[in-house]
Design a protein around this ligand. Structure first.
Ligand code: LMR
Length: 393
C-alpha cells in the first residue's frame, strides 16, 4: 500500500526552514517562517505564559478530558478578545482547535459538511497553506485581486470588482489584519464597503486572524473582524494564539461560526464538535488553559498586553529602520511601503532571481515570493540586508 503513495509537493515555508538550518554560514539571516524573534534572535516565552504555567502546575489536579469543543471558558475569553461585543453570545458557536491552522481546517470542513457547492475565494496572494488545505479537501476555489505589485499596497478597486462576481453562498476568505504574505492591509475606511458588497452578493465571510496585536493594537487589529460579524448574517472566524501569546508549539486556536439565530448557532455548534471528534477528538488544552488564565486575570493580562505592545512597537521600529536603510542604500524611496505595512510580514517585490542570489551569496533567507519576516531582523542585520538588497537589484 505505502508504495502507492505519491510524493507531495513540499510546503515552501517549511522547506525554507530546513534549508536555513542546514546552511553552515554563521552570518546567515532567517527571514522565513513567521516566528517572532527578539533583538538577540531568540523566540522568547512571554512572561505571562511562564507565570500562568507555574500557577497551572501548582493548581491543576487532573489531566482528564475536557469537552469536544474545549473548555467553554477558553471560547468565552477568546470571543471577547477577538469579537469584543460586536455580536451577541447566542449567535456564536465556538470550538477550540489545534492552532489557527486547525481552525481554518475545521472551518473548511464545516463548509464541506454544509454541502452547498460553495467556491472559496482567496486573496491573491494568500498564505500558501490556504489553497493547499482547500485542495486537499477537494473544495472548489478561486481568487480575488488583492495586492498591487507596482505599489505594494492593496488593489482595492481590483478586489471590489472581483468580489462583485461572487455567487450567493460562496465563501470569501479574508485576513483579519496583518495580511500574510504581503503586509498590505485594507484601510478602516474601506471595511464597510467590503461588508456591504459581501451582503449584496450573499457571500459568507471567513476571517483568518492570526496576528491580532502585531499590527496597530489589539482592538484596532480586530476592528475588521468585529465589523464583519456585526454586519453579516453569517460568518466564520479562525483565530490563532500562536503569535500573540508566543505559544506556537502548543497549538492553540479557536473557530467561531456566527449565525443569525440561536437554533442555527446550536446546529453549527453540534457540527463543529462532531468535526473535532472525527478529526482528533479533544482539542489540545494546555495552551488554551494558559490563554484563559491570562485573559481572566487582571495582572497576567496587563503584563501580557505590555509585552505584546513591546513586541508590536519593536516591529514597527524595525520597519522604519529598514525603510531608512534601504532608502540610503538604494537612493530611492522604492521600499517606502515597508513603513506603511503592518504585521510580521512584507512582500519586498523583488524578483525570484534576486531572492535566490540573496540566499546563495549573502545567506539571507526569505520566502520565494520575497516575503520577509520583519521580526527576524535586528539592528545588526538591517544594514546587512539593505546593502545586500541594493547589490542584487
Ligand atoms: C508563516 O506564514 O510563516 C506562519 O504562519 C507559519 C506557518 O505555519 O506557515
Amino acid at each position: 500500500m505505502l508504495t502507492k503513495l505519491i510524493a507531495q509537493s513540499e510546503d515552501k515555508i517549511l522547506a525554507l526552514m530546513a534549508l536555513y538550518r542546514n546552511d553552515p554560514r554563521d552570518t546567515k539571516i532567517d527571514l522565513g517562517v513567521g516566528v517572532y524573534k527578539d533583538a538577540s534572535g531568540v523566540t522568547p516565552i512571554m512572561r505571562a505564559i511562564k507565570d500562568a504555567e507555574l500557577r497551572l502546575w501548582q493548581e491543576q489536579q487532573t489531566k482528564t478530558y475536557v469537552g469536544l469543543a474545549g473548555d467553554p471558558a477558553f471560547s468565552h475569553a477568546m470571543k471577547s478578545l477577538v469579537l469584543g461585543d460586536a455580536v451577541k453570545a447566542d449567535r456564536v458557536a465556538a470550538v477550540a482547535t489545534p492552532g489557527g491552522t486547525g481552525a481554518i481546517r475545521q472551518g473548511l470542513e464545516l463548509i464541506a459538511l454544509a454541502d452547498t457547492g460553495a467556491t472559496i475565494w482567496l486573496s491573491d496572494p494568500t498564505w500558501a497553506n490556504h489553497p493547499s488545505i482547500i485542495d486537499h479537501l477537494g473544495l472548489p476555489r478561486t481568487h480575488y485581486r488583492y495586492f498591487d505589485p507596482e505599489t505594494c499596497t492593496v488593489n482595492f478597486d481590483g478586489m471590489m470588482s472581483d468580489l462583485a462576481q461572487v455567487k450567493a453562498g460562496d465563501v470569501v476568505l479574508l485576513h483579519g489584519c496583518c495580511h500574510n504574505p504581503t503586509g498590505a492591509n485594507l484601510k478602516p475606511i474601506e471595511f464597510q464597503a467590503v461588508i456591504d458588497l459581501l451582503n449584496k452578493t450573499g457571500a459568507i465571510p471567513f476571517v483568518d486572524i492570526a496576528y491580532q496585536g502585531f499590527g496597530d493594537g489589539l482592538s484596532e487589529d480586530a476592528a475588521f473582524t468585529r465589523a464583519i460579524v456585526a454586519g453579516c448574517p453569517e460568518a466564520l472566524v479562525a483565530a490563532s494564539c500562536s503569535k500573540n501569546f508566543g505559544i506556537y508549539r502548543e497549538r492553540t486556536g479557536v473557530l467561531f461560526a456566527v449565525s443569525d439565530n440561536q437554533p442555527t448557532r446550536d446546529l453549527a455548534q453540534a457540527n463543529m464538535a462532531y468535526l473535532n471528534r472525527q478529526n482528533f477528538s479533544f482539542p489540545p488544552d494546555h495552551g488554551a488553559r494558559l490563554v484563559t488564565m491570562i485573559l481572566e486575570d487582571e495582572n497576567l493580562r496587563s503584563d501580557w498586553q505590555t509585552e505584546l505592545e513591546e513586541i508590536r512597537t519593536g516591529m514597527l521600529s524595525l520597519r522604519v529602520q529598514l525603510t531608512e536603510a534601504l532608502q540610503s542604500e538604494c537612493g530611492s524611496n522604492r521600499f517606502g511601503f515597508l513603513a506603511e505595512h503592518r504585521g510580521m510580514f512584507s512582500r519586498l517585490g523583488i524578483s525570484p532571481d534576486a531572492v535566490q542570489t540573496l540566499r546563495q551569496d549573502h545567506g539571507i533567507y526569505m520566502v520565494g515570493d520575497s516575503r520577509i519576516n520583519i521580526a527576524g531582523l535586528n539592528a545588526k542585520t538591517i544594514p546587512v540586508l539593505a546593502s545586500a538588497i541594493a547589490k542584487v537589484l
